[in-house]
Design a protein around this ligand. Structure first.
Ligand SMILES: [Fe+2]
Length: 330
């Protein structure tokens, strides 16, 4: 739930990230630390557009004059977070590098990063230490900003360079960076092929944006055709999972943070969002109009399955006995 705005205590600035505006009804003991808090409620699933706006500021990179953020979920101790950020047209930043890995998914607008244009459903993965820029917002741009920790932006090593795209791409810190192969300057969703999904029934497909081969951490877009239905089961994963709805709806039985093991029916709509800890079962789901969602998992996605109740095998004892009794009386 998002209530009780206190603008003085909200911030997305360096080492000062906090989300007191998200009162999610968690019943867990306060000493139970899971990093980010579980964000999953009727309100977050409906739309995050009403989440409060806070200044978006990173030294050497952006000032709040040009950026605002809505913090969707965050680990307040490390700054690892998912934020919906708006950059105003005309903002620019010089060549530099971040001290932490950052994922960017552009929802609308145009953002130039060096020789690459991030626009309508483009994705970028910036490993820590990789030079990027110069940056310019060619239009008002809305994006999901997903740093692994509170970012700082270092420009000192590049200050004497002419601010042109070649000088970040050709830089020795790029071409000889040990994680250069992980760098994804721009992936345009429209140019990518659909792939089969591993666990979901037909009518679903994915476009894989990032996969860490060692840990299985992944970011992808899931597409669901209209009237897709999952089945009569629910599922859990040994991985944290989060999703943001780009368009469409996903209906079903959600594991709300105020009562995570008794699933409640709700509809997730455009700009709906959840961040769910590992081993919280959820589902089953279906969609009316079809859907396009950005997904992230922290580890390899494995599933364990449980029958939804009442289920098609009639294992529900009360129903079974009622049916059995009826049979005997015939
Ligand atoms: Fe899931």
């Amino acid at each position: 739930m998002v209530k009780g705005l206190d603008k003085n205590s909200m911030s997305s600035q360096n080492s000062n990230i906090s989300i007191p505006h998200i009162q999610n009804g968690l019943r867990a003991n306060k000493s139970t630390s899971i990093g980010r808090q579980h964000i999953e409620s009727e309100e977050s699933l409906n739309s995050v557009l009403k989440f409060p706006m806070v200044p978006f500021e990173i030294e050497n990179f952006i000032t709040s004059k040009h950026g605002t953020a809505q913090i969707l979920s965050a680990d307040e101790s490390t700054g690892e977070s998912t934020q919906r950020v708006t950059l105003k047209k005309g903002w620019s930043a010089p060549i530099g590098h971040f001290n932490t890995d950052i994922e960017i998914f552009v929802l609308t607008g145009k953002l130039r990063q060096g020789g690459f244009l991030l626009r309508n459903l483009s994705y970028s993965f910036l490993p820590a230490g990789i030079p990027s820029g110069p940056w310019v917002a060619e239009e008002d741009t809305v994006l999901l900003w997903m740093p692994d920790a509170t970012p700082t932006y270092k420009t000192k090593d590049y200050a004497s360079l002419k601010q042109i795209p070649e000088n970040s791409a050709y830089h020795v810190k790029m071409q000889h960076h040990e994680r250069m192969a992980e760098y994804l300057p721009a992936q345009e969703l429209h140019a990518m092929k659909w792939e089969s999904t591993t666990f979901l029934p037909p009518g679903s497909a994915r476009k894989s944006l990032y996969t860490n081969q060692k840990t299985g951490r992944a970011t992808w877009v899931l597409g669901l055709v209209p009237m897709w239905i999952e089945g009569n089961f629910y599922a859990g994963h040994p991985s944290i999972e989060e999703a943001y709805v780009i368009r469409g709806d996903v209906q079903g039985h959600w594991s709300m943070s105020d009562d995570p093991f008794n699933r409640r029916y709700a509809i997730m709509g455009k700009d709906g969002y959840y961040w769910r800890p590992a081993h919280i079962p959820h589902g089953p789901f279906w969609t009316e109009s079809g859907s396009l969602l950005l997904f992230r998992t922290k580890n390899r996605l494995d599933c364990y399955w449980m029958l939804h109740n009442p289920d098609i095998t009639q294992q529900d004892q009360a129903r079974f006995q009622a049916a059995h009794g009826k049979d005997n009386s015939v």
